[in-house]
Design a protein around this ligand. Structure first.
Ligand code: NAP
Length: 496
């Protein structure tokens, strides 16, 4: 039960508290934000609506805690992270329950998200010890005109206060993908969780509390992004922003000050299927890649570009698999569960209606009950339909039939997004040439797009993001290089 047992202190009455200075507190606003269960469409939880004054205090104590933390030996930081990871995994069940209730994630996937997050934190600790434990040593006489009179020592130092804003679809995993690298690198961290997913995040933060991290080092402020988001992202006390979400990220990058930004934004991941592809493999990956968590993944397959000559066979195979997907509540571990909100369901429905009006072939009848949308494959989609370009973030996949590889690549590259893409072919040389031609951060050959494993570099081009993530890249991004130069007297050639 969320908020019970070891998590007792994080809630008072009906409302979950926010976390600052090592304590769980109620906001002075006296206001709360409701979290709507996507399945029942009733209020499931409530969190504090933090005020700007509270944000100021959180950032102030975060700043103070960071100074001390930066001096804490790396191995000690790693030790605490390992401890938090173990506590998180130990409490996977109540945290997963929050994910089921808040974001309608299927029960098993919810547990997987928490366990994966624990593994991510531990990997950050190990990787951080390795990459932050070494620096560079340079000598001056390798640059023209210089004698060997300067020795330069470089090391990586923390940035200060890192602001982490994850999205609803992987609230725990995408929060720790920021928290782990920030903390091991000697930063403090302020988390603004997504409203849907906030209670799972508060439970996760409590695991860091139980691990014994110093007061103020990690904080969690709750409230609607539309209300406290700008105040947080434009706050002069924030030294780095790591954001994952949709177009909001583009707006933040225009408003934020001169601080390093890590932006993981939307995608329209294309799946190109060639004539020589293993069509069973492609169909299985379109189902897994397109419909896992009801398509609410940045790396979901969001458009299939298939060669006309094999399109009928592929569509038939995908439809056969699609018919086996179980549709229903997340508690029953169904494959397709209600999408996160009514407005999200309405948006998906709008894309479906637009495609219908413009003549797309619905391979299944469109069906919706509340936020639950039955999975649907749309064949014969054309570029004049919105679904050809927009990210539905739901269980609906458009199929565009192409007559050449170039046509597929052209469609992929004409998108504003450039997150991932995938290609199915048995010809590895062709696959590599297509990968080179696709303007996306990653191309998967013979598998669906995917973020993990979490230590792989992960990045989007164009409107899909700024910077590169993955554990090693995130640790590096959350540090700055510091040089110390030792100046020696002019060498005496008579010496030695
Ligand atoms: P979203 O609406 O952009 O929200 C993301 C986060 O931003 C939430 O925590 C939200 O808080 C907060 N927020 C809202 N307004 C804000 C503001 N003015 N300033 C600061 N923060 C603000 O995205 P979403 O619907 O949660 O997630 C879906 C999107 O995320 C999709 O586009 C998906 O592709 C993308 N995504 C990308 C990746 C990737 O790695 N590239 C991974 C996962 C998801 P509230 O919830 O309180 O509004």
């Amino acid at each position: 039960m969320a908020g019970s047992g070891v998590f007792e202190g994080i809630k008072e009455g009906e409302v979950f508290k926010y976390y600052t200075d090592g304590e769980w507190k109620n906001s002075t606003s006296g206001k709360s934000v409701a979290i709507i269960n996507p399945t029942t469409r009733t209020t499931q939880y409530k969190v504090q609506a933090c005020t700007q004054e509270e944000v100021n205090k959180v950032i102030e104590s975060s700043k103070i805690a960071q100074k001390q933390w930066a001096k804490t030996p790396l191995w000690k930081r790693a030790e605490l992270l390992h401890k938090a990871a173990a506590i998180l995994k130990e409490h996977k069940a109540p945290i997963a329950e929050c994910l089921v209730k808040e974001i309608a994630k299927p029960a098993k996937d919810s547990v997987t998200e928490v366990v994966r997050s624990g593994d991510l934190i531990s990997y950050c600790a190990e990787e951080g010890v390795r990459i932050l434990g070494e620096g560079k040593f340079l000598v001056s006489d390798s640059f023209p005109g210089n004698e060997r009179t300067k020795y330069c020592l470089t090391s990586k130092i923390p940035l200060g206060v890192v602001l982490a804003i994850p999205p609803f679809n992987y609230p725990v995993n995408l929060a720790v993908s920021k928290i782990g690298p920030a903390l091991i690198a000697g930063n403090s961290l302020v988390l603004k969780p997504p409203t849907q997913g906030a209670v799972a995040c508060l439970h996760m933060v409590h695991c860091f509390h139980l691990a014994g991290f110093p007061k103020g080092l990690i904080s969690c402020v709750t409230g609607k992004g539309s209300e406290i988001g700008d105040f947080l992202t434009m706050h002069p006390g924030v030294n780095c922003i790591s954001f994952t979400g949709g177009d909001t990220g583009i707006a933040i990058s225009k408003k934020a000050g001169m601080v390093p930004l890590q932006m993981e934004l939307g995608g329209k991941d294309a799946c190109i299927v060639l004539e020589d592809a293993d069509l069973d493999l492609a169909a299985a990956n379109i189902i897994k890649g397109g419909f896992s968590y009801s398509g609410q993944r940045c790396t979901a397959v969001k458009v299939v570009l298939v060669m006309e000559s094999v399109a009928d066979t592929l569509v038939e195979k995908v439809n056969a698999k699609l018919a086996k997907l179980k549709v229903g509540p997340p508690e029953e571990d169904c494959d397709i569960t209600p999408v996160v909100s009514e407005s999200s369901a309405n948006f998906i429905e709008g894309l479906a209606k637009d495609a219908k009006t413009k003549g797309a072939t619905f391979c299944q009848e469109y069906k919706r009950e509340g936020n639950l949308i039955w999975p649907v494959l749309l064949d014969h989609v054309r570029p004049d339909m919105r679904i050809a370009w927009e990210e539905p973030f739901g269980p609906i996949i458009p199929v565009i039939r192409i007559n050449s590889v170039e046509e597929g690549i052209h469609h992929c590259n004409a998108s504003n997004f450039g997150l991932q893409g995938c290609v199915f072919t048995k010809d590895i040389n062709k696959a590599i040439l297509i990968s080179d031609a696709m303007e996306t951060g990653t191309v998967q050959i013979n598998s669906a797009p995917a973020r993990g494993p979490d230590h792989f570099p992960f990045q989007g081009l164009k409107d899909s993001g700024i910077g590169s993530q993955g554990i090693t890249n995130s640790i590096n991004m959350m540090t700055k290089v510091k040089s110390t130069v030792i100046n020696l007297p002019t060498p005496s050639y008579t010496m030695g």
